[in-house]
Ligand binder design. Structure first.
Ligand code: C2E
Ligand code: MG
Ligand code: MG
Ligand code: MG
Length: 274
Protein backbone atom coordinates (compact mmCIF):
# COMPACT_ATOMS: atom_id res chain seq x y z
CA UNK A 1 0.00 0.00 0.00
CA UNK A 2 1.10 3.56 -0.61
CA UNK A 3 1.41 4.96 2.86
CA UNK A 4 1.25 8.62 3.71
CA UNK A 5 3.64 9.99 6.28
CA UNK A 6 2.64 12.54 8.89
CA UNK A 7 2.74 15.37 6.37
CA UNK A 8 0.39 13.61 4.00
CA UNK A 9 2.97 12.71 1.41
CA UNK A 10 2.98 9.35 -0.30
CA UNK A 11 6.29 7.82 0.62
CA UNK A 12 6.09 4.33 -0.70
CA UNK A 13 5.51 3.02 -4.20
CA UNK A 14 3.15 0.07 -4.11
CA UNK A 15 3.29 -2.17 -7.17
CA UNK A 16 0.18 -4.07 -6.09
CA UNK A 17 -2.01 -0.97 -5.97
CA UNK A 18 -0.66 -0.05 -9.37
CA UNK A 19 -1.61 -3.44 -10.73
CA UNK A 20 -5.11 -3.09 -9.28
CA UNK A 21 -5.60 0.27 -10.97
CA UNK A 22 -4.39 -1.18 -14.23
CA UNK A 23 -6.85 -4.06 -13.96
CA UNK A 24 -9.75 -1.70 -13.29
CA UNK A 25 -8.74 0.46 -16.27
CA UNK A 26 -8.55 -2.65 -18.43
CA UNK A 27 -11.98 -3.83 -17.27
CA UNK A 28 -13.43 -0.38 -18.04
CA UNK A 29 -12.05 -0.58 -21.56
CA UNK A 30 -13.54 -4.05 -22.02
CA UNK A 31 -16.90 -2.92 -20.65
CA UNK A 32 -16.96 0.05 -22.98
CA UNK A 33 -16.41 -2.10 -26.05
CA UNK A 34 -18.87 -4.70 -24.75
CA UNK A 35 -21.58 -2.03 -24.55
CA UNK A 36 -20.73 -0.58 -27.94
CA UNK A 37 -20.63 -3.95 -29.67
CA UNK A 38 -23.88 -5.15 -28.10
CA UNK A 39 -22.14 -7.88 -26.10
CA UNK A 40 -24.12 -7.00 -22.97
CA UNK A 41 -27.25 -9.10 -23.22
CA UNK A 42 -30.60 -9.14 -21.51
CA UNK A 43 -32.02 -12.22 -19.81
CA UNK A 44 -35.57 -12.27 -18.52
CA UNK A 45 -37.00 -13.50 -15.23
CA UNK A 46 -40.75 -14.23 -14.96
CA UNK A 47 -43.05 -12.26 -12.67
CA UNK A 48 -46.14 -14.29 -11.83
CA UNK A 49 -49.51 -13.56 -10.37
CA UNK A 50 -49.62 -14.81 -6.77
CA UNK A 51 -53.22 -15.91 -7.17
CA UNK A 52 -53.14 -17.71 -10.53
CA UNK A 53 -49.45 -18.45 -11.08
CA UNK A 54 -49.70 -17.04 -14.59
CA UNK A 55 -46.74 -15.10 -15.98
CA UNK A 56 -47.78 -11.46 -16.17
CA UNK A 57 -44.44 -9.79 -16.75
CA UNK A 58 -40.72 -10.17 -17.21
CA UNK A 59 -37.79 -8.42 -15.55
CA UNK A 60 -34.82 -7.75 -17.81
CA UNK A 61 -31.43 -8.39 -16.20
CA UNK A 62 -28.08 -7.54 -17.77
CA UNK A 63 -25.53 -10.24 -18.53
CA UNK A 64 -21.92 -9.84 -19.59
CA UNK A 65 -20.33 -12.99 -20.95
CA UNK A 66 -16.63 -12.74 -21.72
CA UNK A 67 -14.19 -15.22 -23.21
CA UNK A 68 -12.85 -15.91 -19.72
CA UNK A 69 -16.23 -16.23 -17.98
CA UNK A 70 -19.31 -14.31 -16.94
CA UNK A 71 -19.06 -11.11 -14.96
CA UNK A 72 -21.90 -10.43 -12.52
CA UNK A 73 -24.00 -7.27 -12.77
CA UNK A 74 -23.17 -6.77 -9.08
CA UNK A 75 -19.64 -6.03 -10.40
CA UNK A 76 -20.16 -4.36 -13.77
CA UNK A 77 -23.13 -2.13 -12.94
CA UNK A 78 -21.23 -0.31 -10.14
CA UNK A 79 -18.20 -0.20 -12.45
CA UNK A 80 -20.30 1.39 -15.22
CA UNK A 81 -21.68 3.88 -12.69
CA UNK A 82 -18.20 4.87 -11.56
CA UNK A 83 -16.67 5.31 -14.98
CA UNK A 84 -19.46 7.14 -16.78
CA UNK A 85 -20.74 4.21 -18.86
CA UNK A 86 -24.05 3.64 -17.09
CA UNK A 87 -26.11 5.93 -19.35
CA UNK A 88 -24.96 4.07 -22.46
CA UNK A 89 -25.42 0.68 -20.78
CA UNK A 90 -28.87 1.68 -19.54
CA UNK A 91 -30.10 2.81 -22.94
CA UNK A 92 -28.70 -0.34 -24.52
CA UNK A 93 -30.57 -2.50 -21.97
CA UNK A 94 -33.80 -0.58 -22.50
CA UNK A 95 -33.57 -0.92 -26.25
CA UNK A 96 -32.61 -4.55 -26.39
CA UNK A 97 -35.19 -5.65 -23.81
CA UNK A 98 -37.95 -3.73 -25.60
CA UNK A 99 -36.97 -5.30 -28.91
CA UNK A 100 -37.38 -8.75 -27.33
CA UNK A 101 -40.54 -7.81 -25.43
CA UNK A 102 -42.25 -6.90 -28.69
CA UNK A 103 -42.62 -10.61 -29.35
CA UNK A 104 -44.46 -11.06 -26.01
CA UNK A 105 -47.29 -8.55 -26.51
CA UNK A 106 -49.36 -9.68 -23.53
CA UNK A 107 -46.64 -9.22 -20.94
CA UNK A 108 -45.36 -6.27 -18.97
CA UNK A 109 -41.65 -5.46 -19.04
CA UNK A 110 -39.58 -4.31 -16.08
CA UNK A 111 -36.18 -2.70 -16.61
CA UNK A 112 -33.73 -1.74 -13.88
CA UNK A 113 -32.53 1.82 -13.87
CA UNK A 114 -29.53 3.15 -12.00
CA UNK A 115 -30.00 6.14 -9.69
CA UNK A 116 -27.35 7.89 -11.76
CA UNK A 117 -29.47 7.59 -14.91
CA UNK A 118 -32.49 8.98 -13.12
CA UNK A 119 -30.47 12.00 -12.02
CA UNK A 120 -29.50 12.78 -15.60
CA UNK A 121 -31.83 15.59 -16.75
CA UNK A 122 -31.91 14.08 -20.25
CA UNK A 123 -32.96 10.61 -19.09
CA UNK A 124 -36.73 10.97 -19.29
CA UNK A 125 -36.70 12.43 -22.80
CA UNK A 126 -34.37 9.69 -23.96
CA UNK A 127 -36.60 6.91 -22.62
CA UNK A 128 -39.63 8.47 -24.29
CA UNK A 129 -37.85 8.75 -27.61
CA UNK A 130 -36.71 5.10 -27.47
CA UNK A 131 -40.33 4.03 -26.83
CA UNK A 132 -41.55 6.08 -29.76
CA UNK A 133 -38.86 4.88 -32.08
CA UNK A 134 -39.55 1.23 -31.21
CA UNK A 135 -43.30 1.79 -31.11
CA UNK A 136 -43.65 0.31 -27.62
CA UNK A 137 -46.65 1.05 -25.41
CA UNK A 138 -45.39 2.95 -22.31
CA UNK A 139 -48.13 1.31 -20.23
CA UNK A 140 -46.28 -1.97 -20.55
CA UNK A 141 -43.06 -0.59 -19.07
CA UNK A 142 -42.05 -0.49 -15.39
CA UNK A 143 -38.76 1.04 -14.33
CA UNK A 144 -37.26 -0.46 -11.19
CA UNK A 145 -35.19 1.82 -9.02
CA UNK A 146 -33.49 1.44 -5.66
CA UNK A 147 -33.87 4.04 -3.00
CA UNK A 148 -30.39 5.58 -3.22
CA UNK A 149 -31.48 8.20 -5.68
CA UNK A 150 -34.29 9.41 -3.49
CA UNK A 151 -31.74 10.49 -0.92
CA UNK A 152 -28.97 11.89 -3.12
CA UNK A 153 -30.91 13.96 -5.61
CA UNK A 154 -34.61 13.91 -4.78
CA UNK A 155 -35.51 16.92 -6.92
CA UNK A 156 -34.11 15.61 -10.18
CA UNK A 157 -35.35 12.10 -9.42
CA UNK A 158 -38.80 13.48 -8.92
CA UNK A 159 -38.73 15.48 -12.17
CA UNK A 160 -37.67 12.40 -14.14
CA UNK A 161 -40.28 10.21 -12.46
CA UNK A 162 -43.09 12.73 -12.98
CA UNK A 163 -42.23 13.23 -16.64
CA UNK A 164 -42.21 9.48 -17.27
CA UNK A 165 -45.33 8.76 -15.24
CA UNK A 166 -47.18 11.33 -17.33
CA UNK A 167 -46.71 9.18 -20.43
CA UNK A 168 -47.86 6.04 -18.60
CA UNK A 169 -44.60 4.43 -17.45
CA UNK A 170 -44.77 2.81 -14.01
CA UNK A 171 -42.21 2.78 -11.23
CA UNK A 172 -41.29 0.05 -8.78
CA UNK A 173 -39.20 0.62 -5.66
CA UNK A 174 -36.66 -2.22 -5.84
CA UNK A 175 -34.93 -4.00 -2.95
CA UNK A 176 -37.29 -2.60 -0.33
CA UNK A 177 -36.26 -3.53 3.17
CA UNK A 178 -32.50 -3.76 2.73
CA UNK A 179 -31.72 -0.06 2.89
CA UNK A 180 -33.26 3.13 4.13
CA UNK A 181 -36.27 3.57 1.87
CA UNK A 182 -39.23 4.68 3.91
CA UNK A 183 -42.90 4.22 3.49
CA UNK A 184 -42.93 8.00 3.02
CA UNK A 185 -40.77 7.68 -0.09
CA UNK A 186 -43.20 5.17 -1.56
CA UNK A 187 -45.89 7.74 -1.30
CA UNK A 188 -43.99 10.93 -2.17
CA UNK A 189 -42.53 9.65 -5.39
CA UNK A 190 -45.72 7.97 -6.51
CA UNK A 191 -44.38 4.43 -6.78
CA UNK A 192 -46.76 1.99 -8.42
CA UNK A 193 -45.24 -1.09 -6.84
CA UNK A 194 -42.93 -2.18 -4.06
CA UNK A 195 -40.48 -5.04 -4.47
CA UNK A 196 -39.50 -6.73 -1.24
CA UNK A 197 -35.81 -7.50 -1.13
CA UNK A 198 -34.81 -11.14 -1.20
CA UNK A 199 -32.98 -10.78 2.12
CA UNK A 200 -36.35 -10.20 3.79
CA UNK A 201 -37.76 -13.27 2.06
CA UNK A 202 -34.82 -15.40 3.11
CA UNK A 203 -35.22 -14.17 6.70
CA UNK A 204 -38.31 -16.38 6.78
CA UNK A 205 -35.99 -19.34 7.21
CA UNK A 206 -33.71 -17.74 9.80
CA UNK A 207 -35.20 -15.77 12.64
CA UNK A 208 -38.40 -16.37 14.50
CA UNK A 209 -39.95 -13.02 13.52
CA UNK A 210 -39.17 -13.06 9.80
CA UNK A 211 -42.79 -13.70 8.89
CA UNK A 212 -44.03 -10.92 11.19
CA UNK A 213 -41.68 -8.39 9.62
CA UNK A 214 -42.83 -9.40 6.16
CA UNK A 215 -46.50 -9.22 7.05
CA UNK A 216 -46.05 -5.78 8.63
CA UNK A 217 -44.18 -4.49 5.57
CA UNK A 218 -46.82 -5.78 3.18
CA UNK A 219 -49.64 -4.34 5.33
CA UNK A 220 -48.08 -0.90 5.18
CA UNK A 221 -47.79 -1.03 1.40
CA UNK A 222 -51.34 -2.31 1.15
CA UNK A 223 -52.57 0.55 3.34
CA UNK A 224 -51.02 2.89 0.77
CA UNK A 225 -52.73 0.91 -2.02
CA UNK A 226 -49.36 -0.09 -3.39
CA UNK A 227 -49.15 -3.68 -4.67
CA UNK A 228 -46.19 -5.80 -3.59
CA UNK A 229 -43.85 -8.15 -5.43
CA UNK A 230 -41.64 -10.51 -3.44
CA UNK A 231 -38.31 -11.39 -5.05
CA UNK A 232 -35.88 -14.22 -4.43
CA UNK A 233 -38.48 -16.88 -3.64
CA UNK A 234 -36.79 -20.27 -3.60
CA UNK A 235 -39.16 -22.53 -1.65
CA UNK A 236 -42.87 -23.35 -1.74
CA UNK A 237 -43.04 -22.48 1.96
CA UNK A 238 -41.80 -18.93 1.28
CA UNK A 239 -44.26 -18.58 -1.58
CA UNK A 240 -47.18 -19.72 0.62
CA UNK A 241 -46.34 -17.28 3.42
CA UNK A 242 -45.97 -14.38 0.99
CA UNK A 243 -49.19 -15.18 -0.81
CA UNK A 244 -51.06 -15.34 2.51
CA UNK A 245 -49.48 -12.07 3.61
CA UNK A 246 -50.94 -10.32 0.57
CA UNK A 247 -48.21 -10.18 -2.07
CA UNK A 248 -49.88 -10.09 -5.45
CA UNK A 249 -46.79 -10.91 -7.51
CA UNK A 250 -44.04 -13.47 -6.98
CA UNK A 251 -40.55 -13.79 -8.44
CA UNK A 252 -37.67 -16.15 -7.76
CA UNK A 253 -35.83 -19.30 -8.73
CA UNK A 254 -38.79 -21.41 -7.53
CA UNK A 255 -40.95 -19.84 -10.22
CA UNK A 256 -38.35 -19.26 -12.89
CA UNK A 257 -34.70 -18.32 -13.20
CA UNK A 258 -33.57 -15.53 -15.49
CA UNK A 259 -33.62 -16.99 -19.03
CA UNK A 260 -32.57 -16.05 -22.52
CA UNK A 261 -35.22 -14.48 -24.74
CA UNK A 262 -35.26 -17.72 -26.70
CA UNK A 263 -36.00 -19.84 -23.60
CA UNK A 264 -38.70 -17.41 -22.44
CA UNK A 265 -40.44 -17.76 -25.80
CA UNK A 266 -40.42 -21.57 -25.54
CA UNK A 267 -41.68 -21.44 -21.96
CA UNK A 268 -44.54 -19.15 -22.98
CA UNK A 269 -45.43 -21.42 -25.88
CA UNK A 270 -45.50 -24.45 -23.57
CA UNK A 271 -47.75 -22.59 -21.15
CA UNK A 272 -50.22 -21.49 -23.77
CA UNK A 273 -50.34 -25.03 -25.17
CA UNK A 274 -51.10 -26.46 -21.73
P1 C2E B 1 -32.38 -6.82 -8.76
O1 C2E B 1 -32.96 -5.88 -9.74
O2 C2E B 1 -32.89 -6.75 -7.37
O3 C2E B 1 -32.57 -8.25 -9.40
C1 C2E B 1 -32.77 -9.42 -8.66
C2 C2E B 1 -31.52 -10.27 -8.58
O4 C2E B 1 -31.81 -11.43 -7.82
C3 C2E B 1 -31.02 -10.77 -9.92
O5 C2E B 1 -29.60 -10.91 -9.82
C4 C2E B 1 -31.66 -12.15 -10.02
O6 C2E B 1 -30.98 -13.02 -10.89
C5 C2E B 1 -31.54 -12.60 -8.59
N1 C2E B 1 -32.57 -13.57 -8.21
C6 C2E B 1 -33.88 -13.62 -8.60
N2 C2E B 1 -34.52 -14.63 -8.00
C7 C2E B 1 -33.61 -15.24 -7.19
C8 C2E B 1 -33.67 -16.37 -6.30
O7 C2E B 1 -34.70 -17.02 -6.12
N3 C2E B 1 -32.53 -16.69 -5.65
C9 C2E B 1 -31.36 -16.02 -5.81
N4 C2E B 1 -30.29 -16.42 -5.16
N5 C2E B 1 -31.26 -14.94 -6.64
C10 C2E B 1 -32.38 -14.57 -7.31
P2 C2E B 1 -28.64 -10.38 -10.96
O8 C2E B 1 -29.22 -10.68 -12.30
O9 C2E B 1 -27.27 -10.88 -10.65
O10 C2E B 1 -28.69 -8.81 -10.79
C11 C2E B 1 -28.20 -8.20 -9.62
C12 C2E B 1 -28.55 -6.75 -9.57
O11 C2E B 1 -27.85 -6.04 -10.59
C13 C2E B 1 -30.03 -6.45 -9.83
O12 C2E B 1 -30.78 -6.64 -8.64
C14 C2E B 1 -29.96 -5.00 -10.25
O13 C2E B 1 -29.87 -4.17 -9.12
C15 C2E B 1 -28.65 -4.96 -11.00
N6 C2E B 1 -28.91 -5.03 -12.45
C16 C2E B 1 -29.08 -6.11 -13.25
N7 C2E B 1 -29.33 -5.74 -14.53
C17 C2E B 1 -29.35 -4.38 -14.54
C18 C2E B 1 -29.55 -3.38 -15.55
O14 C2E B 1 -29.81 -3.66 -16.73
N8 C2E B 1 -29.45 -2.08 -15.16
C19 C2E B 1 -29.18 -1.72 -13.86
N9 C2E B 1 -29.11 -0.40 -13.55
N10 C2E B 1 -29.00 -2.62 -12.88
C20 C2E B 1 -29.08 -3.94 -13.21
MG1 MG C 1 -34.87 -5.28 -10.13
MG1 MG D 1 -34.40 -6.37 -6.28
MG1 MG E 1 -30.84 -5.97 -6.08
Amino acid sequence: RAKANGRGQAIEYDPELDRERQQVAELEGLLKSAINSGAIEAVFQPLVSASTGAVTGLEALARWRTATGNISPEIFIPLAERCGLIDALGVHMLRTSIEHAKSWPDLALSVNVSPIQLCNPEFAAEVISVLQELDFNPNRLTLEITEGVLMTNPDQARRSIDQLKRVGIKFALDDFGCGYASIGALRQFGFDRMKIDRSLVWALDEGANGADVLRATISLATALRIPVTAEGIETTRQAAILRDAGCDQLQGYLIGKPMSAYDISSKLEEESAA
